[in-house]
Structure formats: C-alpha cells, structure tokens
Ligand binder design. Sequence first.
Ligand SMILES: [Zn+2]
Length: 125
Amino acid sequence: MRGPARAATRYDLTVADSRDPVAVRAALVGEAARLRAELGEPIEGPGQMTYGSQAAAATHVFEQQRDLALRDRERAQLRQVEEALERLDAGAYGVCRSCGKPIAPERLEAIPWAATCIDCARAAR
Ligand SMILES: [Zn+2]
C-alpha cells in the first residue's frame, strides 16, 4: 500500500534527547528496520497487471520509476542510519565527520543519522 498516510509518516523520526545513547540507538535501529522492510517489498513489475489503455500503462511505468527512485533514496538513507549506528558504537556519534566539531543537539534530534554539522551540510550543497 502506498497511500498518503504512509508518505506523511516517512520522516517523523525524532529523538527526544540526542545525548541519550539508548534513545538514539532505539531510534536508529527502528529506522533501519523500517527501511529494510520497505526495501524488502517487491516492486510490481510489468506483466503483473493487464493494461486497459496506453494511458494506464504509462501511469504504471511512471509509478514504477517513482518507486525505484524512492528505493534509491531509502537505500542511501539506510546506509546513513547504519553508519550512524557504527559511530554510536565507536563513541563518535554526534561529532561532525567533516570538521570534527560537535553536531548541534537540535540537528541530531531532527535527523538522528546526521553525519555532519549544519555548517558542513550547507557547505556541501
Ligand atoms: Zn562540520
């Protein structure tokens, strides 16, 4: 099912306190599990449905491409979440990978897998 409700809950993951490793770990592990579950879902391929018209076929192809693009993003995000868990294990969580300064707690609470501080994230764009 790919409804709007699911889209709305996509990025609502937050951590109440980024300095609490137990809460951070729970959030990251939960997010990794959600992403793995989504990535495990099959994408409906052509031939699995009969097309009533060219327009329906075109819509289906469009949806498939959108799903594939979404999947690429989810795969990239899963990698970021896994790296954040590794940093947590290594005691390097919350330290900017780029400049070595601490990442602002507000940023980590909004994006628990953030690998860089806001300044480096802006500079990278
Ligand atoms: Zn930085």
